[in-house]
Design a binder for this molecule. Structure first.
Ligand code: FES
Length: 131
């Protein structure tokens, strides 16, 4: 089974980066895959220049979901919101050295979690500026 996965995927699965929560997060994304039942929660901290200064996650899911959560949180740190919105699940999978075809949907979960956290951040910002 392990042979299907790249060394990088195994590395991030065994020792995931950025696991945890951000108590005063600027945005939180919650997503789930109804088919496999895996869930992911992703936290981002954004500064006033719209740069993501920190990202953390909690994932209850398969190895590929954990590895892609770990990679996506690594990838967004230091990026602006605009740049982060352009990170696709393909980019995450590529950064991990590829994923088996039947595991690509796990990287989609990571992309959706990121989008959902960014949407939450934008909603909160809108509400703030509305008074
Ligand atoms: Fe559910 Fe991987 S099998 S996200």
């Amino acid at each position: 089974m392990e042979g299907q996965y790249s060394e990088k995927v195994m590395e991030h699965f065994r020792d995931p980066h950025n696991v945890g929560e951000i108590p005063d997060a600027s945005g939180i994304g919650n997503v789930g895959n109804p088919v496999c039942g895996d869930i992911m929660r992703l936290y981002i901290k954004v500064d006033d220049k719209e740069v993501i200064t920190d990202a953390k996650f909690k994932t209850f899911g398969c190895g590929a979901a954990i590895a892609t959560s770990s990679m996506v949180t690594d990838l967004v740190k230091g990026r602006t919101i605009d740049e982060a919105l352009r990170i696709s699940n393909m980019a995450v999978a590529e950064a991990l050295g590829g994923l088996p075809k039947i595991k690509m949907h796990c990287s989609v979960l990571a992309e959706e979690a990121l989008r959902s956290a960014i949407n939450d951040y934008m909603d909160k910002k809108k509400k703030k500026s509305a008074g």
